[in-house]
Design a protein. Structure first.
Length: 263
């Protein structure tokens, strides 16, 4: 399983500055990798007692059984990860509230490329960091996958997001999250964060804006774009996915963006 090296944050200490109400049932924050996982996690961490936060592991399919106690109905943990839809994961999460975070597939391809060529990512495809590939070739690999080494975009979105939708999960779009963070003082943002937090079994506190600001501080996320190091800062990944790659996304996963509410 690929590894992502993360710098420690200070959110446990920040959490202690606020009065915390315990969760009444387990909460699992599931996400498509590179969809803002750490952003959503860090925001929720500001509303849940540290002792109820499952910091032992980022839960994924390969380590699910080793960390199944994170979903214990009596422990009532807040946990997070990238958990694909399967009979085992559905049964393990039976007693938990579930939120699924997604991102527009077009921008997701760019975010995945930045991570894969960074020093923070380590796996069996580190050779793509050597600069031999063109940017367009790299982006195509992010879409179709690396044969027998890294899954395709279609597989990741289908199993980590699409298959969960319609089963009682609350869907969060990264773009909506960012849009409301930029307009945090508005009534619209208040209603948005109320809905997201309520879906996780968390009440909106009077000091919610301060908590959200601290949790969403990009300095606290080791995988934020500006915190990636190595080739991620040297290879010119475009700000927008080129038209050819957009067409490839649509070819590989027709209807995906519409299903997630992006078109």
């Amino acid at each position: 399983m690929p590894r992502i090296r993360m710098k420690p944050d200070t959110l446990n200490e920040e959490n202690q500055k606020f009065e915390q109400a315990p969760l009444k049932q387990p909460l699992f924050l599931n996400s498509v990798p590179k969809s803002g996982s750490h952003l959503l996690r860090n925001i929720f961490r500001m509303f849940v007692p540290v002792e109820q936060q499952y910091h032992e592991q980022f839960i994924q399919w390969p380590n699910l059984e080793d960390h199944a106690h994170a979903f214990d109905k009596d422990a009532k943990f807040l946990s997070w990860g990238h958990l694909l839809f399967s009979d085992a994961s559905v049964m393990r999460l039976k007693h938990a509230r579930k939120i699924v975070l997604v991102r527009d597939p077009y921008s997701w391809v760019l975010a995945r490329a930045r991570l894969f060529i960074s020093d923070e990512f380590s796996g069996n495809i580190d050779h793509i960091k050597n600069g031999v590939l063109t940017v367009e070739e790299l982006l195509n690999l992010m879409i179709i996958g690396v044969y027998q080494k890294a899954p395709s975009m279609h597989e990741i979105f289908n199993l980590n997001a699409c298959a969960w939708i319609g089963t009682g999960v609350h869907l969060v779009r990264y773009e909506d999250l960012i849009d409301n963070l930029k307009d945090l003082e508005s009534k619209r943002a208040e209603e948005y964060f109320r809905s997201v937090l309520t879906a996780g079994g968390v009440e909106l506190t009077e000091d919610w804006r301060e908590r959200v600001r601290i949790g969403s501080d990009r300095k606290q996320s080791g995988t934020a774009r500006e915190n990636l190091t190595g080739k991620a800062g040297e290879i010119d990944i475009p700000k927008e996915l080129p038209e050819a790659q957009k067409r490839l996304v649509d070819l590989q996963s027709p209807g995906l963006r519409a299903f997630l509410g992006y078109s």
